[in-house]
Design a protein around this ligand. Structure first.
Ligand SMILES: Nc1nc2c(ncn2[C@@H]2O[C@H](COP(=O)(O)OP(=O)(O)OP(=O)(O)O)[C@@H](O)[C@H]2O)c(=O)[nH]1
Ligand SMILES: [Mg+2]
Length: 307
């Protein structure tokens, strides 16, 4: 096949990086729409999230992944595995790192990136490093030691300073991604944004609000399952969600004093769901206990979190 400027490219790009680096934010930015949930807490993303960007001469499937880290436990093992499985399917890999964090705390760079560094060095695919959150770095000179350290860690990779939040530098990153993709026809209709179902995205929207509302470790022991989904003739979508927690005490915390926490989560989630389904939404949420579900292989598999 001849390579010329008019040929169409189709390929998959994995977004890899430590928790909280901004992978899901970048995904939403390149799609121009929110597909992945974003919170200030690490380990927000649990499943492999796909986003499809269709351009005039290319269609790029981005795989957002759970942050790569060293935490223990069955679910965490699966999250790491899911990230590396995404990489296996990818034509190119974008490694995202939080430049602001490492500019402020240089010692963290090696420590946080160690679980990633070796695996990335072994990859056969082209690797691009997105040095993210540059909007937070006031003194741009502080970026230089970060760039230098990253260059030593991944000598084969090109570095791109970006801000996933403002979009700065993202066009340059995409310009470098495109030539790494094989020639081929688009696989998805141009208006398709994701391969994920609306139900899954709805469950994620509810989980996002729980993540934002709950403190400390609680967000990590919460899962959401959509139990009911009905569309009325007059355009109202009735959604029933189950919030799974691992302990009775957690149930009380999710519900909150006088039901306040659950009510606030429900209200905020309903706003997100309205945008998602493009119409009126009636949302009901129930909290249920499934003891230590994060270690229960059967239950995890039911949530799409099992191997
Ligand atoms: N200022 C600024 N904040 C950012 C940028 N990118 C991400 N953030 C913030 O960083 C936090 C984490 O972003 P996410 O996109 O959820 O990060 P992630 O890498 O997907 O995290 P996990 O799913 O937990 O692995 C959120 O509060 C984002 O708003 C950026 O370029 N600039
Ligand atoms: Mg994420």
């Amino acid at each position: 096949m001849s390579t010329n400027e008019t040929s169409f490219r189709f390929g998959t790009v994995a977004l890899l990086g430590p928790p909280n680096a901004g992978k899901s934010t970048l995904l939403n930015t390149v799609l121009g729409q929110k597909v992945a949930i974003v919170t200030p807490k690490p380990q927000t993303t649990r499943n492999q999230i796909t986003g499809i960007r269709t351009e005039e001469r290319a269609q790029i499937v981005f795989l957002d992944t759970p942050g790569v880290h060293r935490m223990k436990g069955r679910m965490n093992r699966f999250l790491n595995l899911a990230a590396w499985q995404a990489v296996e399917r990818a034509d190119a890999v974008v490694v995202l790192v939080d430049a602001d964090l490492y500019a402020r705390k240089p010692a963290l760079l090696d420590k946080e990136l160690a679980p990633l560094a070796e695996g990335v060095r072994r990859l056969a695919q082209p690797v691009l490093v997105a040095v993210n959150k540059t909007d937070l770095v006031r003194d741009k000179a502080a970026l230089l030691p970060v760039m230098r350290a990253l260059g030593e860690l991944w000598p084969q990779a090109e570095l791109f300073p970006v801000s996933a939040a403002t979009g700065q530098g993202v066009a340059e990153l995409l310009d470098a991604v495109r030539p790494a993709l094989p020639e081929g026809e688009a696989l998805f209709p141009e208006d398709q944004l994701s391969t994920l179902s609306l139900r899954f995205l709805a469950a994620e929207a509810i989980r996002e609000q729980l993540f934002l509302a709950l403190r400390q470790e609680l967000p990590y022991s919460v899962a959401v399952e959509i139990e009911q989904w009905e569309e009325d003739e007059d355009g109202l979508t009735r959604i029933g969600g189950l919030i799974w927690v691992g302990r009775d005490s957690h149930k009380a915390m999710v519900i909150g004093k006088g039901g306040q926490t659950l009510k606030a989560v429900g209200q905020a989630a309903r706003q997100e769901l309205k945008a998602l389904v493009g119409g009126k939404v009636h949302l009901e949420l129930w909290v249920k206990v499934r003891r230590d579900w994060t270690e229960d292989p059967h239950f995890l598999r039911g949530l799409g979190l099992g191997d």
